[in-house]
Design a protein around this ligand. Structure first.
Ligand code: CMC
Length: 459
């Protein structure tokens, strides 16, 4: 920056309106000098963030649109203010509404955590009983839902079935689009939590070529899910309490993780004021991707492919050479051990006690050890994430890999709902509509088809 520009700018300082921005004090500002014009701007800093809209006033002239922030993949953009989940990625801390994930996994049930996420406080016993009762009596889906699920191809991917069926629920509850009505919202929230396991289990049974099993309202949330998945000819399904607890903890561990890809999808689609079933369907679709909820499936496939601990060094060489990716490792936010991976590891034993151990556990443990001893991974702060070990539990429960992201989706439903609810009640939120930097052609003369030259077009 030249001295001339700095001198000029003193007189031409434009100060952004702090009060319109939730109030930054004089000391909490950022002075920005635009070297194109020499003007200096003082921008309020609130909660360690700048308002991107405050950049818009920085212009080279009247016709200039104003400065924008370019942030593909939202690497450094806060899209909302949220009081639901706190993550400190450097320290490996995860808290929901202020409670640590470790305490919640130790003392709470999944439905209690869902209540906490959605309502902001832990329930009293009466509140919890009513909440659990309401969810329990809404577990059935309309018979038509079952009928259309039966129309899927015999080997349809259960995640694809889940995207479609949860979205289709909006057609059964047309009132759901009245999202400003608190009572109507409340009943959709109950329905989503209650019916997600039913849809997931139906998708599983369909994929297995087995008859669908109706919910059993005598069972708790995870036990009922296990029943809908595994009940065969027995009159009453009795879940093993160790498996039930492990599954409940897995649901808690996946319940929310602030503004991850699927939650952002739910918020983004929800910002159009569409009904919550459609918004949640967008979340399930985002979770389907191998870099998000599909990572546990990929992690297990990777362990199977490695086959034996002696193949690990070769595999890691392939990762470092860029031929492979170590699935279940790395995280956009955690630059330390993912606390969820640590908790899952503890519950592996209980599941293996019931189901017998898996040879893949030895591979996973050794792979983790060797990766954490290797500079490539330590320098990049790549640690196991929630997906590294969860697949081993799902496999021990007898689930095919295609069901892994479905399990994730059941747990994440509470987080999606909590975030959706927060978003629709936030007066600052509008329809999500990012800007772009246009890089294409402009003002071309239209060419009649007979005169066009063929050009190679990427698919
Ligand atoms: N294996 C090997 N190298 C990796 C990995 C990995 N799993 N993850 C990141 N890196 C490398 C990456 O190549 C890059 O190296 P360089 O600096 O030499 O180019 C560096 O680490 C930074 O990675 P990045 O891709 O810029 O990080 P990101 O924040 O964009 O990606 C991630 C985060 C989770 C997509 C990525 O770590 C990844 O692909 N992990 C494997 C998939 C996975 O386990 N996903 C589950 C995430 S947790 C649950 C969930 O959110 O669903």
């Amino acid at each position: 920056m030249s001295t001339e520009q700095t001198d000029m700018s003193t007189e031409q300082t434009a100060t952004a309106n702090a009060s319109a921005n939730g109030g930054g004090t004089a000391a909490e500002t950022l002075s920005v000098t635009d070297n194109r014009t020499g003007k200096t701007y003082e921008l309020p800093v609130t909660d360690g963030t700048l308002r991107a809209m405050d950049l818009r006033q920085i212009k080279t002239g009247e016709d200039d649109f104003g400065l924008m922030a370019y942030d593909p993949a939202y690497m450094n953009t806060a899209s909302c203010r949220s009081a639901i989940t706190y993550v400190d990625g450097e320290a490996g801390i995860l808290q929901h509404r202020g409670y640590s994930i470790e305490q919640l996994c130790e003392h709470s049930s999944y439905l209690e955590v869902a209540y906490l996420l959605i309502n902001g406080a832990l329930p009293t016993q009466d509140q919890l009983d009513k909440w659990v009762y309401e969810i329990t009596i809404h577990t059935f889906v309309h018979e038509n839902v079952k009928d259309f699920m039966q129309g899927f191809r015999y080997d349809a991917n259960p995640m694809g079935m889940l995207v479609a069926s949860v979205g289709a629920l909006s057609t059964f509850y047309p009132d759901a689009n009245k999202i400003n009505d608190e009572q109507i919202r409340a009943i959709q929230i109950i329905r989503l939590l209650a019916k997600m396991p039913t849809l997931a289990a139906f998708a599983f049974r369909h994929n297995m070529g087995q008859p669908y099993v109706y919910p059993d309202n005598d069972l708790a949330y995870p036990g009922n899910f296990l029943g809908m998945m595994y009940k065969m000819t027995e009159l009453k399904y009795k879940p093993d309490p160790r498996l039930e607890r492990a599954l409940d903890v897995l649901f808690i561990l996946h319940a929310d993780h602030e503004q991850n890809a699927s939650t952002s999808a739910v918020r983004s689609v929800g910002s159009t004021r569409v009904d919550p079933y459609s918004a949640v369907a967008a979340g399930v679709a985002a979770l389907y991707g191998p870099l998000h909820g599909g990572a546990n499936e990929q992690a297990l496939r990777m362990l199977r492919r490695i086959e034996s601990p002696r193949n690990i060094p070769d595999f890691l060489e392939g990762v470092k050479a860029g031929r492979e990716r170590l699935m279940g490792f790395g995280h956009r936010v955690y630059k330390n051990y993912d606390p969820r991976a640590r908790i899952i590891k503890k519950h592996l034993d209980a599941v293996f006690e019931v189901r017998g151990t898996s040879p893949l556990l030895d591979i996973a443990t050794e792979l983790e050890k060797q990766a954490l001893d290797d500079e490539y991974f330590t320098q990049r702060k790549l640690f196991p994430n929630v997906d590294f070990y969860s697949g081993l539990i799902y496999e021990a429960l007898g689930l095919p890999v295609a069901m892994f992201p479905v399990m994730f989706a059941i747990g994440r439903t509470s987080g999606w709902i909590a975030q959706w609810l927060e978003m629709v009640q936030d007066p600052e939120q509008k329809i999500a509509r990012p800007r772009q930097i246009y890089t294409g052609e402009r003002d071309r003369e239209y060419v009649p088809i007979a005169d066009r030259q063929s050009t190679s077009v990427a698919p």
